[in-house]
Design a protein around this ligand. Structure first.
Ligand SMILES: Cc1cc2nc3c(=O)[nH]c(=O)nc-3n(C[C@H](O)[C@H](O)[C@H](O)COP(=O)(O)OP(=O)(O)OC[C@H]3O[C@@H](n4cnc5c(N)ncnc54)[C@H](O)[C@@H]3O)c2cc1C
Length: 492
């Protein structure tokens, strides 16, 4: 017999009395769960929020705090940008695709200004100032940033506007986001049960009516009159699930709180939930975007493969899925020096040479590889052109000696991580999960909602199919978390 905790649902007939009864049971106290709980409470439902850890936060609290919002938010306007929901939708469909969820992206874009306001009304701070250079997280407290909207091909698909809304914070903003939303929960009647892990769903016929959970050594049963909302995060920490669904992510560093074990996804599958896009992943490649954009990224034989001004996660996906992360950042001294020290995250060149020939030899690239690539790059950069990959002329400048190379596979880590070096050239998390409607209803393999079951956040397949843009996890988690909470609280 398997040593694993079984996932098969328990029949309600087997439960004589429940330890706890509520209207809406939200499982997982991250950004999606807190949003679902707040809205279910606002919808006059009795709410219990279950959390496996001793407190809320999840990966959301460790995150950069960037939320993808637009369509003309107050911050965008204060920074002098005009934006529309149509342009936001056009960008997201292109950047998160192919085959991004049209219904979710459309609704998310149309309601983005209202969602921004909901966040602000709940106390989430955003500062009206722009960080105007590609980065993972601005080294300042600027509240607005570009996410590659102004880079090819996206600048030809939709009118660009910066839509990265970064929660005001010293460093990563996720801790502030979760602290503020948790304070909002504390002011409601939501009951938070910590140290309690949901293990299996309870079903009455085809309806999900509760969960069996573990609180330390004790088994605890919960009955939900209106709905169970799964907001348990993704599965990047579950090696077996990764190997099954997203083998290219195996062996990389994981961008999570360490608890993305996919439990919510598999217990939903066990009651017939369909899943989507399980092979997709965000690839937080180990490089400083400000260095890459001022120089170039090349593969193991010195060839460029993408315009370096796109959102760095898209570079990461191309680097991992097409080049197995055998990639290098090539730059010159001026490019390195132009990156503010606080934005360098301690990254220093691994090789420096006066000539490209020497640099190739030191790295072990074929003779002439970098000389050809940089030669071509410089030839066109003189004229402000990049006919190969269409990098914006803002970043084009011929590279001059001395040259430097950074080995992406050696890793790096943000100051937030302390002395940890980061691992494997990239930190990844999963994007796929259970298939839901725009109201967070979990769909079965026939495409019908499973009565009583809702989900949001990284336990679901959200806006994305394959591509990823920073801010679309906290953004879609909070937005569709809210919708799931509203729908569950109104359920019969
Ligand atoms: C370092 C870092 C930086 C990031 N930066 C950004 C960013 O700037 N913008 C962005 O959009 N995204 C970012 N992300 C990704 C983003 O943080 C996550 O995708 C998002 O927070 C997921 O939210 P969630 O609510 O679905 O899950 P989580 O926030 O992980 O919450 C899930 C919660 O469920 C609990 N749980 C799990 N299983 C159970 C169970 N069986 N029973 C009870 N409780 C359970 C967990 O303990 C956890 O508290 C970043 C991630 C990291 C790690």
């Amino acid at each position: 017999m398997s040593a694993r905790v079984p996932v098969t649902p328990i029949d309600a007939a087997e439960i004589s009395t429940y330890d706890h009864v509520t209207d809406v049971l939200v499982i997982g106290y991250g950004c999606a769960g807190v949003s679902a709980a707040l809205e279910a409470d606002a919808g006059d439902a009795e709410v219990i929020l279950l959390e496996r850890q001793s407190g809320g936060g999840g990966s959301s609290a460790l995150s950069g705090g960037e939320m993808y919002l637009g369509g003309g938010t107050a911050i965008q306007e204060a920074c002098g940008f005009t934006d529309t929901a149509e342009d936001m939708e056009g960008f997201l469909l292109a950047a998160l695709g192919p085959d991004a969820d049209q219904a979710k992206v459309g609704l998310y874009s149309r309601e983005s200004v209202a969602h921004y306001q909901w966040l602000v009304d709940h106390g989430v701070p955003f500062k009206p100032s722009l960080w105007d250079s590609p980065t993972w997280v601005p080294p300042t407290d600027d509240g607005l940033m570009w996410m590659g909207e102004n880079a090819y091909p996206f600048n030809e698909i939709a009118t660009p506007a910066p839509r990265g809304h970064r929660v005001t914070s010293d460093g990563f903003g996720g801790k502030v986001l979760m602290a503020v939303l948790s304070e909002a929960v504390d002011k409601t009647d939501v009951a938070v049960h910590t140290d309690t892990a949901a293990l299996r769903l309870i079903v009455d016929g085809d309806r999900v009516v509760g969960v069996v959970a573990r609180h330390f050594q004790e088994t605890v049963t919960y009955r939900a009159r209106r709905g169970v909302v799964l907001t348990t995060g993704g599965f990047a920490d579950n090696k077996e699930m990764l190997a099954q669904h997203a083998p290219q992510l195996v062996g990389r560093g994981v961008n999570s709180d360490g608890g993305d074990d996919g439990r919510g996804i598999v217990i939903a599958q066990a009651v017939g939930a369909a899943v989507k896009h399980m092979s997709a992943g965000q690839v937080g490649i180990s490089l400083v975007p400000g260095m890459m954009v001022r120089g170039m990224i090349v593969d193991g034989v010195g060839q460029r493969f993408i315009n370096e001004d796109v959102y760095p996660g898209l570079v990461g996906q191309a680097a991992l899925f097409k080049h197995n992360l055998n990639v290098w950042v090539i730059l010159d001294e001026q490019a390195y020096e132009e990156v503010p020290v606080e934005e360098r995250w301690g990254v220093q060149p691994h090789f420096v040479a006066e000539t490209l020939g020497d640099l190739e030899r030191e790295i072990g690239m074929p003779e002439g590889a970098l000389q050809t690539t940089v030669g071509e790059y410089n030839r066109f950069a003189e004229r402000g052109e990049d006919p190969y990959f269409h990098k914006s002329d803002r970043w084009l400048r011929p590279l001059r000696p001395p040259f430097a190379a950074i080995d992406v596979q050696r890793g790096m880590a943000p100051p937030e991580y302390g002395d940890s070096a980061g691992s494997g050239g990239a930190e990844v998390f999963t994007i796929g999960g259970v298939h839901t409607t725009v109201d967070g209803r979990v769909l079965n393999l026939d495409g019908d909602p499973i009565p009583g079951l809702f989900a949001a956040g990284r336990a679901t397949s959200g806006l994305h199919s394959w591509g990823y843009i920073s801010g679309t996890s906290l953004g879609d988690g909070t937005f569709f978390g809210r919708r799931a909470g509203i729908a569950a609280s109104a359920d019969e």
